[in-house]
Design a protein around this ligand. Structure first.
Ligand SMILES: [Zn+2]
Ligand SMILES: [Zn+2]
Length: 346
């Protein structure tokens, strides 16, 4: 008993001394020096090399999500880097995953709900600072010109300050201005071995809304943006290796709406129940996968993000083995010349 007491006392004393030492400026300086060295080292190493088609989740949440960033998916190959949407919190995840922003080639927007566009400028700024050599193009359906003109106008002064502060050589003014390209359904881009195809997504009253399919050296991924499963979805996912789709848990959302109504929050109850009709339910996605030839389905833009294991289990009810719930910082690796999909969890 005495021995246990002595060990406990020793631990308390050591911890106490440790805490005390951390208050000393000289010790704090060493901690800062070591910490910044580690951060700089990590930044210089960057993303590991791979010949695969890779998909990174930089935002897995919908507006009904806490603790996760809103819609953002990155598609990376050795020669390409495209982002699909840039919701709130996504830029932080892009940095945490050390994605190669200096070679970002385009930002593809699925539609113009705020949870898909709120960090357009942050993405632009981050890649400009990283040394992106050409202006960033924002691709999107009709309306993208209005969005991009607005962002460029809103941040005109920010760009002037940045260039004024760091110099034109480091931050060339023309590289801070976003370009835009209005796309229509069909092939929108052929870039070496990569083909990007847009398809119509059913997200009324949001019109137009699109999703995108990426094909690279025989591997493929479809990213839905928001919307119900429709004929275009069935067509585009056929033969795809990986589908990342907007997903809504009907049992959770309908119960939430009912509970809000019972608690007298009729406005919130109505808004939550309205959401049901324009996101794909988990059941409709299971049916889609049964009818189509798709390798793996990852739910993202989760409505809502499950906050505990019980809600997660409810969200996953009835899911086949090749389904999973995406989360921020998760990634998928699709090696060329195989059917394999490696899932890397954070
Ligand atoms: Zn959304
Ligand atoms: Zn939406």
């Amino acid at each position: 008993m005495k021995k246990v007491f002595l060990v406990a006392l020793t631990i308390v004393v050591i911890l106490g001394i440790g805490q005390g030492l951390l208050k000393l400026p000289a010790v704090q300086d060493v901690v800062v020096e070591r910490g910044t060295a580690a951060v700089a080292e990590r930044a210089s190493v960057g993303l590991s090399e791979s010949s695969s088609l890779r998909v990174f989740v930089c935002g897995s949440a919908s507006p009904l999500g806490m603790g996760q960033a809103q819609a953002c998916i990155a598609v990376v190959t050795p020669e390409h880097f495209y982002l699909i949407d840039s919701g709130a919190g996504s830029t932080d995840n892009i940095n945490r995953m050390a994605l190669p922003t200096n070679r970002l080639q385009g930002l593809l927007i699925t539609h113009f709900h705020s949870d898909h566009i709120s960090e357009i400028y942050e993405v632009n700024l981050g890649s400009w600072v990283s040394g992106r050599p050409t202006p960033l193009t924002v691709f999107g359906p009709t309306g993208v010109d209005e969005i991009v003109s607005g962002v460029n106008a809103t941040y005109r002064l920010d760009r002037i300050y940045r260039t004024g502060h760091h110099g034109e050589e480091l931050l060339a003014p023309e590289l801070g201005v976003l370009a835009h390209e209005t796309i229509s359904p069909g092939i929108i881009l052929e870039d070496g071995e990569l083909t990007i195809t847009a398809y119509v997504s059913e997200h009324l009253p949001v019109e137009p809304a699109v999703g995108y399919r990426f094909d690279y050296k025989g591997r493929s991924v479809v990213i839905s943006g928001d919307g119900n499963v429709n004929g275009d979805t069935r067509q585009i996912v056929d033969g795809a290796d990986l589908l990342l789709h907007d997903a809504l848990s009907l049992p959770i959302v309908s119960t939430l709406s009912k509970s809000l109504g019972t608690a007298g929050q009729s406005r919130q109850s109505k808004i939550v129940s309205d959401v049901i009709d324009y996101h794909a339910s988990t059941d409709s996605l299971i049916e889609l996968a049964e009818q189509s030839n798709v390798g793996m389905v990852a739910f993202y833009h989760l409505v809502p993000v499950p906050l505990n294991v019980v809600l997660e289990d409810v969200f996953k009810r009835g899911l086949p083995d090749n389904f999973l719930l995406a989360e921020d910082l998760m990634s998928f690796e699709l090696p060329i010349g195989s059917d394999e999909i490696v899932v890397n969890r954070p």
